[in-house]
Design a protein around this ligand. Structure first.
Ligand SMILES: Nc1ncnc2c1ncn2[C@@H]1O[C@H](COP(=O)(O)OP(=O)(O)OP(=O)(O)O)[C@@H](O)[C@H]1O
Length: 362
């Protein structure tokens, strides 16, 4: 998938930007606070329906306006064109458009914009809690298994219902109904995740070897309950405890990805620089798997590449992106040295005080 055109109105410090990116590499330069991150944030928003930065959607609306709009024309690798628009107002109204029609679910537009993000905060994927790794895994499952989203929505609804019942010390018979629902949906979810992790494992180890040749990484899935039990049996076993604490303590909502080096948790043995390279490997592996499964490519958003990777690793990262034929949007304060790392010249842009201009010379 590639963006042929991207437009935003009243988004962060931009009154408006409207441009036609390269189908491959796009480099966005500009001083601190000029609007580079905001530009890639607009693309992320189309792929996830929310920002990757803290603060709610109101922060995204230009401070002197009351709504923002982001619009793109995307083209699949089979040359199908999708026109996607998202508008949010300060009153909380959300409008989503797909090919001129109103749609109601973010997932209906998100599945057309498969976005990978690599920023200075991405190291949290390893250092942070399991929810970030679940999000990473579920991005992949969502994009390759179309049944996943509905299953996940149904599971989370049942989980909320059961937790409400547990907190309010409700009817035991109702609890066995919700346990059965969770067990049925949860087993389906975990099967999709197991298959995904099995498939992506080789991509991850190959990509990690490229960036960290001396590290022997192992990847596994913690499914969220004792693997020797069915989810129904595990939920039964934990019922007393769950009633006492008022929430469901096991299930796929507690899953995690295990990343180990010589049997030890990667975050305990790798340096901070190595952890960044591991994150780069994970994101590129996910994109490579997506390419192979979908016969289509992801869109890569990379914020502040020079602060994240040394020059040799910037070169490796860019070589990997070029190999995957991904469309990329890469920001850097000084983008000229980064441009020289590409085999094919990237399209160059410059942002100054919320005004985007294309640069004609590298
Ligand atoms: N809702 C908003 N309305 C107007 N301006 C905003 C809004 N939100 C953030 N800004 C401003 O937009 C500017 C651009 O921020 P952004 O993070 O995109 O810059 P950047 O070029 O990535 O900077 P850096 O290189 O320092 O990371 C900042 O000056 C910020 O204060």
């Amino acid at each position: 998938m590639r963006l042929n055109a991207l437009k935003a109105i009243n988004f962060r410090n931009f009154k408006r930007f409207d441009f036609e990116p390269s189908p491959y590499a796009n480099l966005i330069g500009g001083l601190n606070g000029s609007g580079k991150t905001s530009l890639i944030e607009a693309i992320y928003l189309l792929g996830f329906g929310r920002s990757f930065r803290p603060g709610g959607y109101k922060q995204l609306i230009n401070s002197s306006e009351s709504d923002f709009t982001v619009f793109c024309e995307a083209m699949s690798d089979r040359d199908e064109v999708f026109k996607i628009g998202l508008r949010r107002t300060s009153e909380g109204e959300v409008q989503l458009r797909l090919n001129g029609e109103t749609v109601h679910k973010l997932s209906e537009i998100a599945r057309f914009i498969p976005v990978q993000l690599f920023t200075p905060e991405s190291v949290e994927l390893i250092l942070g809690g399991p929810s970030l790794r679940r999000q990473f895994m579920d991005w992949g499952v969502f994009h390759v298994e179309h049944t996943f989203y509905e299953l996940w929505v149904a599971y989370t609804k049942s989980l909320k219902q059961r937790n409400f019942l547990l907190r309010s010390k409700g009817d035991v018979r109702q609890d066995s109904f919700w346990r059965a629902q969770l067990a049925r949906l949860g087993e389906e979810i975990i099967q999709l995740r197991i298959r995904y992790i099995q498939e992506i494992e080789n991509f991850i180890t190959k990509s990690a070897t490229f960036f960290l040749p001396d590290v022997k990484l192992e990847v596994g899935l913690k499914q969220g309950w004792d693997q020797s039990l069915s989810l129904a049996d595990a939920l039964d076993k934990h019922t007393e405890r769950d009633r006492r604490y008022g929430h469901t303590s096991i299930g796929p909502h507690k899953a995690d990805i295990k990343l180990t080096v010589d049997g030890i948790d990667a975050k305990l043995v790798l340096s901070r620089g190595q952890l960044k390279l591991l994150v780069a490997s994970l994101k590129l592996a996910q994109a490579a798997h997506y390419n192979e499964k979908k016969d289509s490519s992801c869109i890569f958003l990379v914020d502040d590449i020079t602060s994240e990777l040394d020059e040799a690793n910037q070169k490796k990262f860019i070589t990997a992106l070029e190999g995957l034929k991904c469309q990329s949007f890469i920001t850097a304060i000084d983008s000229s040295p980064v441009a020289r790392l590409f085999k094919q010249n990237p399209k160059m842009f410059h942002v100054e005080h919320g005004i985007l201009k294309q640069q004609t010379e590298n």
